[in-house]
Each structure stands twice: as structure tokens, then as C-alpha cells.
Design a protein around this ligand. Structure first.
Ligand code: ADE
Ligand code: ZN
Length: 326
């Protein structure tokens, strides 16, 4: 069996994907047309040509613009359903999906429109494709603490459909501690908590995610390697890192995939997983992330199996479900 066949055959969980980041240009055009919303591109080639990023912010500007065409419940359903079809093709059997309600509610789209569309697709993914899923509501960290509190309030009627809260968007200048009180409230309400930290931000932001937000997982976290004490902490706590290799390359967090630290982190005993982040923008879904690092870093079959096993170990699923897939 080749490495690529092994990657294709292994059951996997995806733990770091933004549903707005799975918006393929073809679907964006179709939804823009049926909603009568103008987009600043003439055709698919123009869209793809615009996807050249030099850092996180240069990507976020284009990503938020793309999300503007999403208006109706059916749009959110179609977006999520298209992603689930990609999961089926990649043998992703469980996925934990971020959604950014503020990206939509700030444009006048109701919270209910967003979550009802996503939930209907999650239900169909289970019944038609056998794929289980959870939704993670992410706060936009460039917005205020007050806005995050208002979003948490809006989520309360849907709490049973939201497993965790997260923190994403522009990292630099918006440390996790800015949201200490929101996360304390979310934990008190019974949500699990995760946060993007150590993608572009320094190791101090990972410390804050751990000690101030008290996260159950770190999203990205690759810059933790710069702090030996932090590495010891992550290893001792078996703290999962949801690493996104193609994202790191496209956003210039690393300059060359052969330089990516995921294999070093794995060898040192950090519980790293492989994820796609925003696959429509970064050039590939879960299996493309696996095959790219397998080739660039010469991963062994055992390392590939360990990464897939880590995805279930790190998932917000029962011990029985972990056992089933491991
Ligand atoms: N939102 C979508 N993708 C993101 C990323 N990689 N980092 C921060 N916020 C995001
Ligand atoms: Zn992300």
C-alpha cells in the first residue's frame, strides 16, 4: 500500500475547519446569483487568482467578503452539505465544524438562519453519509468583548446544538485574555472551549489560552515550539493541537512545507492532529493536508497512523466512540 492509499483508507476526524472557509468558488457564484448579490469577480479563474495571501489578515479580508453572499438557511445548508461530501470522499468520519455567527449576524442574517441551515446538513450527513459532527461557535477576536457576550446570549436557545465555543480571526493584538470573562461564562454554562493561539501570535498567547481561557484544545499552536517550558506543559497535559499544514504554508506561517514543525512536535510527544482550516482557500481538504506533509516531511506509515489516531483521541466524542475508531 502506498502512503497515499494508506491516508485515503484510514478513518479520520477533522477538528479544525471553518465552514465559511469551505466555500468553493463554484458554489459562491451559484449562491451569489440566486441571491442577486454582486461579487467582485467575473469568473472562477479570477477568484482563484485573488487567493494569494501574505499573512492571516490578507486572507481574512477575502474570506469575510466571500461570506457576504450567504443569506438564506438554504445557503448555509448547501455550504455545509458540500463540505460533508468532501468528508465522505476523504474518509473523514467525524468532524467538528467552526462557524462564525458574527460574520452573518452583523450583516442582518439571523442567528437561527445560520444554525438551522448548518444543523439540517449535520443531520443529513449522519443519516445519509454516516458522518457524525459537532458545531463550534467561534467569536471574532477583532471585535469587542461586549459583542462576544451578545453572541453567547444569542446562542443560548441553541446550546444543545453547540459543543464548544472558540476564538478566531486576527490574532496579533487580540490576546486570549481579552475574552477571559466570556470564556469563563461559557465554561460555567457547560460549553467546552477552544481557541486559535500560536498561529501568528507568540507563545504567550498559547499560555493565556491554557491558563486564562482554560481551553480543551489549542487551534494551530505551532509557535509553541519556541518555548521549551510551554512544550513540556502541552506534552504533560496531553493538550491537543489542531494543526493545519496547508493553511500555514498559504498564510506564510512557514515558508516551505519541508520546514513545517508538525513532525518534530509529534516526535516530542505533542498530541498534534492534521486539519484543513479553510480548504477552499488553501488548496485542499484533510487528505491533501496529509499527503502534502507525508511527502514533504517523509512521514512513516506509523506517523501517519498516529496522526489519524490523535484526531479521534482529541475529538469531543465519548470514550466508546474513540474506542470504535482507534
Ligand atoms: N478564521 C478562518 N480561518 C482562520 C485562521 N486560520 N486563523 C484565524 N481565524 C480564522
Ligand atoms: Zn482556523
Amino acid at each position: 500500500m502506498t502512503q497515499n492509499e494508506l491516508i485515503q483508507a484510514l478513518p479520520k476526524a477533522e477538528l479544525h475547519v471553518h465552514i465559511e472557509g469551505t466555500f468553493e468558488p463554484e458554489l459562491m457564484f451559484a449562491i451569489a446569483q440566486r441571491n442577486g448579490v454582486a461579487i467582485p469577480y467575473q469568473n472562477i479563474d479570477e477568484v482563484k487568482a485573488a487567493y494569494q495571501f501574505h499573512n492571516l489578515q490578507s486572507f481574512l479580508d477575502i474570506y469575510y467578503a466571500g461570506a457576504n453572499v450567504l443569506l438564506q438557511q438554504q445557503d448555509f445548508y448547501d455550504l455545509a452539505w458540500a463540505y460533508f461530501e468532501r468528508c465522505a470522499a476523504d474518509r473523514v468520519v467525524h468532524t467538528e465544524i467552526f462557524f462564525d455567527p458574527q460574520t452573518h449576524t452583523d450583516r442582518g442574517v439571523a442567528f437561527a438562519t445560520v444554525i438551522n441551515g448548518l444543523q439540517a446538513a449535520c443531520d443529513d450527513a449522519k443519516s445519509k453519509l454516516g458522518i457524525s459532527s459537532h458545531l463550534i461557535m467561534s467569536f471574532l477576536r477583532h471585535l469587542s468583548e461586549e459583542a462576544a457576550f451578545a453572541t453567547l446570549e444569542q446562542a443560548l436557545p441553541y446550546q444543545s446544538q453547540i459543543i464548544a465555543v472558540g476564538l478566531d480571526s486576527s490574532e496579533l493584538g487580540h490576546p486570549p485574555s481579552k475574552f477571559a470573562r466570556v470564556f469563563a461564562k461559557a465554561r460555567e454554562l457547560g460549553f467546552l472551549v477552544v481557541a486559535h493561539a500560536g498561529e501568528e501570535g507568540p507563545p504567550e498567547y498559547v499560555w493565556e489560552a491554557l491558563d486564562v481561557l482554560k481551553v480543551n484544545r489549542i487551534d494551530h499552536g505551532v509557535r509553541a515550539e519556541e518555548d521549551a517550558h510551554l512544550m513540556q506543559r502541552l506534552i504533560a497535559d496531553k493538550m491537543p493541537l489542531t494543526v493545519c499544514p496547508l493553511s500555514n504554508l498559504k498564510l506564510c506561517v512557514v515558508n516551505d512545507m519541508a520546514q513545517h514543525n508538525i513532525q518534530r512536535l509529534l516526535k516530542q510527544g505533542v498530541q498534534v492532529t492534521v486539519n484543513s482550516d479553510d480548504p477552499a482557500y488553501f488548496g485542499g481538504y484533510v487528505n491533501a493536508n496529509f499527503t502534502t506533509i507525508a511527502e514533504a516531511l517523509q512521514l512513516s506509515a506509523d506517523e501517519i497512523k498516529q496522526l489519524a489516531a490523535n484526531s479521534f483521541e482529541s475529538a469531543f466524542i465519548s470514550a466508546e466512540d474513540k474506542q470504535y475508531w482507534l
